[in-house]
Design a binder for this molecule. Structure first.
Ligand code: PLP
Length: 404
């Protein structure tokens, strides 16, 4: 039987509310299609996308190079487990390896960010034999039990306790707290160099250098989670590149395959040999995802997306700084690098996200009062300015109303 559904957004949201797991409240639009930086909802209205599926759509939506590569690969070979070598996977290994920090010469491919974190935690455990992991308050690493054990936020953790033993969470960007938390059982430290879900908060250069030194002193493996910060988001290919940082394990996800699910772990030489058969994935490194990931790398080169991110990020920051100056500004702090931008508001962010969506702009919250922008890196200056104009006007309006 062919089931045709009424595509009115209220009907779709009602079906998803009734049959879905109820884990995510639905925003008051339903999205039917997308092109570049624009989403189109089921009523035919366009929405400018400054969220890009949490940063996944770095190439925007439906980039012709990516569509062509995925379609051609789907026709040629989509399934091939890694018991066989295959051209797209070998090509991706070679090209991605060259983009990783020195010494991270091996790659493990999987299907999501949380799987990349899970693999990195397992590799660190197998390599050091030590169960202790130090993570940071405000950090987010995913939702499976291992990655969740590294994630600090109580609302995510509490329903699922007890989690994996051996994890502790120390104050972010605080070397003394980190030093105090190290024990002979500590095998790994996991960190985001810029916390995304935690409110777009950057670790200081001194902290990052100290982190590497502490790991070296104690034979602890450093896992850097670049699932959100990687792939040009911060104006360098990796956030690690800003600091010449050499992690032992580096996690990638989100933008890596431009919308086909994929995650990856780059593995440093200190990790040593991994036992044959000790980890694996049915879908990991499938040729379809690899072809998508190769198209992403092609577009990054051709369209200079890392430089764009840096340049446009500077432009956006300058505009936001000018618009939100002074003690009476609705914005308490502006943070970020490249096109990963956080505006810490003087009010709760939820209503602002709703007002912006009503005005045609899709943005993300990060915690209770941070507005987070992760626009596609292919965005042009005009569309970027359109979105920034909406943000500036909406925040000033809300502020004026609250003050009135
Ligand atoms: C999104 C994210 C994850 C989890 O990735 P999923 O693909 O949702 O499992 C992990 N770490 C960071 C920093 C992220 O931003």
């Amino acid at each position: 039987m062919l089931l045709t559904i009424d595509t009115a957004s209220t009907t779709l949201r009602d079906i998803e509310r009734r049959i879905g797991p109820g884990l995510q409240p639905k925003r008051p639009r339903a999205i039917a299609s997308a092109d570049g930086v624009w989403l189109t909802d089921t009523e035919g209205e366009r929405v400018l996308d400054f969220a890009a599926g949490h940063g996944v759509a770095a190439l925007g939506h439906g980039h012709p190079r990516w569509v062509q590569a995925v379609s051609a690969q789907a026709a040629q070979l989509s399934v091939c487990t890694d018991t066989f070598a295959t051209p797209r996977r070998a090509e991706l290994y070679s090209r991605l390896q060259r983009l990783m920090p020195y010494g991270l010469d091996r790659l493990f491919l999987c299907n999501s960010g949380t799987e990349a974190v899970e693999a990195a935690l397992k590799f660190a455990r197998a390599s050091t034999g030590r169960p202790g992991v130090i993570a940071f308050q405000g950090g987010f690493h995913g939702r499976t039990l291992g990655a969740l054990s590294a994630t600090a936020r109580p609302a995510f953790r509490t329903p699922f306790l007890p989690l994996v033993p051996g994890f502790s969470h120390v104050r972010f960007d605080d070397l003394d707290a980190l030093r105090a938390a190290l024990t002979p059982e500590t095998g790994a430290i996991i960190v985001e160099l810029i916390q995304g879900e935690g409110g777009v908060r950057s670790a200081s250069p001194a902290f990052i250098q100290g982190l590497r030194e502490l790991c070296d002193e104690h034979g602890v493996l450093l896992i850097v989670d670049e699932i959100q910060t990687g792939y040009g988001r911060t104006g360098r290919f990796l956030a690690s590149d800003h600091h010449d940082l050499r992690p032992d394990l580096l996690c990638l996800g989100k933008a890596i395959a431009g919308g086909i699910p994929m995650g990856a772990v780059a593995i440093g030489d200190r990790v040593g040999e991994l036992a044959v058969g000790s980890h694996g994935s049915t879908f990991g490194g499938n040729p379809l995802a690899c072809a998508a990931a190769l198209a992403v790398l092609d577009v990054f080169e051709d369209e200079q997306l890392v430089n764009r991110s840096r340049r446009l990020g500077q432009h956006a920051m300058a505009r936001l700084r000018a618009a939100f100056r002074g003690p009476d500004s609705p914005v308490r702090a502006l943070r970020g690098e490249g096109l990963m931008i956080g505006l810490e508001l003087r009010q709760r962010v939820g209503p602002i996200v709703g007002q912006l969506l009503a005005r045609g702009l899709n943005v993300l919250p990060a915690g209770p009062n941070v507005l987070r922008l992760l626009p596609p890196l292919i965005i042009d200056r005009q569309d970027l300015d359109t979105g920034l104009d909406l943000i500036i006007a909406t925040l000033h309006d809300a502020h004026a109303e609250a003050g009135a």
